[in-house]
Design a protein around this ligand. Structure first.
Ligand SMILES: [Zn+2]
Ligand SMILES: [Zn+2]
Length: 339
């Protein structure tokens, strides 16, 4: 089959590799669509936990074309989304409902072959059956959306919170939609790109603030005593450092964006103490695929306008570099780029 390989950091190759064969408890999925994600950029730049060579791609779904001999609950022809996070089920973390911290964690597209390929092998236990109505675009959004579900389950959101989301990339735009249902009294979004800001407003932000020299003044005007909730969806250390300028006393801060592993910010512990702040992190997802599927199937979250570009596997590098430059919203690598 054809697959995208990162043979080494900062290198992309389209290669012909052996078709995956399913282990006893695995299935092989023909990939319909796979989303390019900020994490793929971190992997490419060797800023993440992956080793090389790697077939990346962890936001995908498709049709099962082969099953291992012990697989009973997934059949050839089933349409499935695959949770790329593989948990062992035996370690202390798995047994304490913290599977995303599994001591033996493996990630499809992170530590083993992923979805930027025609086919990918995955354990049957990681497969979720899909409602027929979900299209390939929606299916490739289940994984990022499952991260949003996990974050909001960890993060206390209260009625009428004054909420600030930093960044209106694809993740920021999912957060906007998820939070507009939480009853925020003010849902402000900051972002550099005007088109993304406009979309944030259409998808539920009450106010869109350009991330320019006037941002601070504008935000202070909007909520003079600060925001009850501030969420970083940029992963940019300088943005994160400034995020605390906007956090009200008793405020809650959510680190959702992924920074490079060695990034550092400055934060005054006195502020954390004196302002009664709560700081929450959220890593990946934790058995939150099904609620994400439900969000999409019931029309609560609309992803149809979050994909700006679709490319076939052969044009992965074009899409990836455009995504890396920040010229795009979500980019999907699809079997049928027209659909
Ligand atoms: Zn991702
Ligand atoms: Zn485990």
């Amino acid at each position: 089959m054809r697959a995208i390989v990162f043979p080494a950091p900062e290198t992309i190759a389209l290669e012909t590799v052996p078709d995956p064969a399913p282990a006893r408890d695995e299935v092989v999925v023909q990939v319909d669509a796979c989303g390019i994600c900020g994490t793929d950029l971190h992997i490419y730049r060797n800023e993440y936990m992956s080793d090389f060579p790697l077939i990346p791609g962890h936001e995908f779904g498709g049709t099962v074309v082969e099953i291992g001999r012990d697989v009973t609950d997934v059949a050839v022809g089933d349409r499935v989304a695959v949770d790329p996070n593989l948990y062992c089920g035996r370690c202390d973390f798995c047994r304490n409902e913290q599977a995303n911290h599994c001591a033996n964690w493996q990630g499809i597209g992170i530590t083993r072959s992923g979805g930027f390929a025609e086919y990918v092998a995955a354990p049957a236990r990681a497969c979720y059956h899909l409602p027929a109505a979900l299209d390939a675009t929606q299916v490739a959004f289940i994984e990022p959306l499952a991260c949003v579900v996990h974050a909001l389950r960890r993060f206390p959101v209260h009625p009428a919170d004054r909420t600030l989301i930093l960044g209106a990339g694809p993740m920021g735009l999912l957060l906007v939609q998820a939070l507009r249902h939480s009853g925020a009294s003010l849902l402000a979004v900051t972002e550099r790109q005007p088109a993304r800001l406009a979309l944030a407003q259409e998808l539920g932000a009450t106010v869109a603030v350009p991330a320019d020299a006037d941002q601070k003044e504008r935000l202070e005007e909007l909520s003079p005593r600060g925001f009850d909730v501030v969420i970083d969806a940029t992963g940019l250390p300088r943005v994160i450092e400034s995020a605390f300028d906007y956090l009200a006393p008793r405020g809650r801060y959510l680190q959702f964006g992924v920074t490079p592993m060695n990034a550092e910010i400055r934060l005054r512990p006195y502020d954390l103490f004196h302002k009664d702040w709560t700081i929450v992190g959220s890593f990946a997802l934790c058995y939150t695929f099904q609620p994400a599927i439900d969000w999409l199937a019931n029309g609560v979250i609309d992803v149809s306008r979050l994909v700006s570009h679709r490319y076939p596997l052969e044009e992965f590098e074009t899409g990836f570099q455009a995504f890396a430059r920040g010229d795009t919203l979500k980019v999907h690598i699809t079997r049928d780029p027209a659909g």
